[in-house]
Structures are given as structure tokens and as C-alpha cells.
Design a protein around this ligand. Structure first.
Ligand code: FES
Length: 374
């Protein structure tokens, strides 16, 4: 039987004045709650991914985790009804001379109910087969009343050319999916921004799972198409980019690079201008995810600042032999680089060192760097 370890947490009145509080004693985190003057002390570390229970909220006698909202009874530590097999440790407490004393040796243990991993959490392994090209359309429109989209038109040509070259290819149109905006789990803690995305795990009706599946597990080449809206990529693109933070954050949290040997290239169509600013953003963002790029990694079209005659712009893009050829050549360049990367991946000595804006000092599992390609 482990020895009790009583510690003094402070004046008990302070704990009676706050419904829920997170307290640290050395490495032990405690969630101290008070309902109707009655205190409860349970572990402050959630069973899910260690979120701070004492920084959450109270729902009756249940503590709701601050990160992803799992619930545990504030006195017994038992999970909410239906999840009783998930338990966090509970702790004895007593009052002595106006002080709150807590026994750090738990009165009950932690038990984690086995939860089936989300399908996206499986290892990223490229299955054998021909090259795979994902076309991602980020323009927005009413599906019931579709309109001509210059970026979609060129994306269609690029993806059709991939098929003609023997690749498997598909297009996902973001405007056909229902998905939530990023709700800032990363802003709570880097560890609260999980892979798979916390929203994907919380909300089975969120359809961005299809993009994650295609982007992380399936595609060798991403062809992303965006219009320019007020000098920036489309709003749907930015909504997607925020939800892709979980892919990049997996490197920060677990030194796990999900995007390897994948190539990204872009189609950018603007009625007026700012092509290079949009391209710069896309290149920066996708490089942070781990994508690589062909030479001349985007094609673009814009008629200039004074061109307000958008009907003519539609005709220009629709009828342009040059733009259609450029779209096919973009596919060619992306597939060529992808093929070279995939062969490099076959070399047992090849490794990807952790790097980039958020890299720490650690590297991926120690292996000798590959010789420079000749
Ligand atoms: S619900 Fe607590 S860490 Fe996720």
C-alpha cells in the first residue's frame, strides 16, 4: 500500500471561492472543484491527451476538459455516463486549521477505456500503384447554380492530363463539402491541436476528413486551384489552411512528418492582380507542411487592375490555348518531380531531417543522411 503524501495547497477559503482550479504540486496536476461548498480533488491531467482538467468548466458534478471536452466526475474521477471505464485518479482531502490538505497518493487509479484510433491516424504508407494526383478546388459557388470558374477550368485540364499520362486522379471541390472553421485548439496549447484534427475527431459530420485522407494518405501530387479575392487566395482556401495546422503541428508535437515525397503545384486565376502575392503565400504554406515543388510551381492568369469586364475574362480563360497548355505542362512538371522523389524514397538510407520555421533541435530517428543525388 503506497504511503500517503499529504501536502498543503493553501487557504481553503480560496478554493471555496472558485468553482474549478488547476493546481500543480511538483509534477502532479490536480483539479480542485467546489460545488455548493463541497470540495472535490481529482487528477488535473485528462485521459485523452493530457489536457488540463482544472482549466476546464463544470457541468453539474462533472469537470469538462478544457481541450476537447471529455468529462469526469469532479469527486470520483469517473467518466461521464457511457464512459465510466475512463477514469482519472481521485484524491482525498481534509481541512486543517483553515488550510486545504490533499493526499497526493491517489485514492483511485487511472483507467483508460480503449478507444479505437481514428482511421486517419494509421501510419502513412504509400500503397503500390500508379502516380496519384489530387486536384483541389477552393473556389466558392452555389452548387445549385454553378458558374464558370477560370481556376476550376484550368484545374480540370491539368487533372485530365494527369489521367492521360496514366495517373490515378480525382478532384475534390471544397465548396461541395461541409466543414467547420478551425476553432483554435492550437491557441489553447500546441498539444491540443491533434492529428487527426480535433474537429474531425469530435464531429463525424465534418467532411474535411475526405481532404485529409486524400492529401496525407493517398496523393503523390497536389494541384490546388484558387481564384484571387481582394488580392488573396479564396476564403475557402484559408479555411482549409487553418484546418491543416494539425498536419504541420504533428511535427511540433511528435516529430512526425506526415507529408513526405509529395509535390504541390498551383493554379491561380485573378480578374485583376496580385498573382505573385498569392503564389508566395501558397508556396510558403505548403512548404511548411513538407511539400516539394517543381520548377515554375504555379500557373496564373490575370487581366490587370483596370480590367473590370469579367465576361471577357471568362472568355479569355475559357478560350486560351496557352493557358490550357500551361495547365498540362504544370501537371507534367509536378509528375516528373514526384517520380524522382518516390524513387529517392525507395533508398533505405534516405531520411528527412526535421527543419523549418517550427523545428526544434531534435531530428527524426537517427539515420545517416543520404548522399547528394547525382
Ligand atoms: S478532452 Fe481532455 S485532452 Fe482532449
Amino acid at each position: 500500500m503506497p504511503e500517503p503524501q499529504w501536502v498543503d495547497l493553501g487557504a481553503i477559503e480560496e478554493f471555496r471561492s472558485a468553482p474549478l482550479r488547476q493546481v500543480h504540486v511538483g509534477r502532479v496536476a490536480l483539479a480542485v472543484s467546489c460545488v455548493d461548498g463541497k470540495l472535490g480533488v481529482i487528477s488535473g491531467a485528462c485521459n485523452h491527451v493530457g489536457g488540463p482538467l482544472g482549466e476546464g468548466t463544470l457541468d453539474g458534478d462533472y469537470v469538462t476538459c478544457a481541450w476537447h471536452y471529455w468529462k469526469f466526475h469532479r469527486i470520483s474521477g469517473v467518466g461521464e455516463p457511457g464512459f465510466e471505464d475512463d477514469r482519472v485518479p481521485s484524491h482525498e482531502w481534509r481541512e486543517e486549521g483553515g488550510r486545504l490538505l490533499v493526499n497526493l497518493t491517489p485514492a483511485s487509479g487511472r483507467h483508460k477505456k480503449p478507444h479505437a484510433p481514428h482511421p486517419l491516424a494509421r501510419p502513412v504508407v504509400r500503397a503500390d500503384g500508379p502516380p496519384r494526383v489530387l486536384g483541389l478546388s477552393t473556389t466558392s459557388m452555389d452548387a445549385a447554380h454553378p458558374r464558370f470558374s477560370g481556376s476550376d477550368h484550368l484545374l480540370g485540364i491539368a487533372v485530365a492530363h494527369a489521367r492521360a499520362r496514366g495517373a490515378e486522379a480525382k478532384i475534390i471541390k471544397l465548396h461541395e463539402l461541409r466543414f467547420r472553421e478551425c476553432e483554435g485548439f492550437y491557441s489553447k496549447s500546441a498539444r491540443a491541436c491533434t492529428w487527426p484534427c480535433s474537429i474531425t475527431q469530435l464531429d463525424p459530420s465534418d467532411q474535411l476528413e475526405r481532404v485529409y485522407e486524400a492529401l496525407v494518405h493517398w496523393a503523390d501530387v497536389l494541384l490546388l486551384a484558387t481564384p484571387i479575392r481582394w488580392g488573396a487566395a479564396s476564403s475557402l482556401y484559408h479555411k482549409l489552411a487553418e484546418r491543416l495546422n494539425c498536419v504541420q503541428n504533428e511535427i511540433t508535437n511528435h516529430n512526425r512528418v506526415l507529408i513526405r515525397d509529395k509535390v504541390a503545384a498551383f493554379v491561380i486565376v485573378g480578374g485583376q492582380d496580385n498573382v505573385q502575392a498569392v503564389a508566395g503565400h501558397l508556396l510558403g504554406f505548403f512548404s511548411e507542411l513538407g511539400f516539394q515543388f517543381p520548377a515554375f510551381p504555379f500557373i496564373a492568369h490575370s487581366r490587370g487592375w483596370t480590367a473590370e469586364d469579367m465576361e471577357q475574362n471568362v472568355a479569355d480563360v475559357h478560350g486560351s490555348v496557352e493557358l490550357a497548355m500551361a495547365a498540362r505542362e504544370l501537371t507534367e512538371r509536378a509528375l516528373d518531380v514526384s517520380e524522382r522523389l518516390r524513387h529517392r524514397h525507395d533508398e533505405p538510407s534516405w531520411t528527412l531531417r526535421r527543419a523549418g520555421r517550427k523545428a526544434g533541435g531534435d531530428m527524426l530517428p537517427a539515420r545517416e543522411p543520404s548522399p547528394r543525388p547525382r
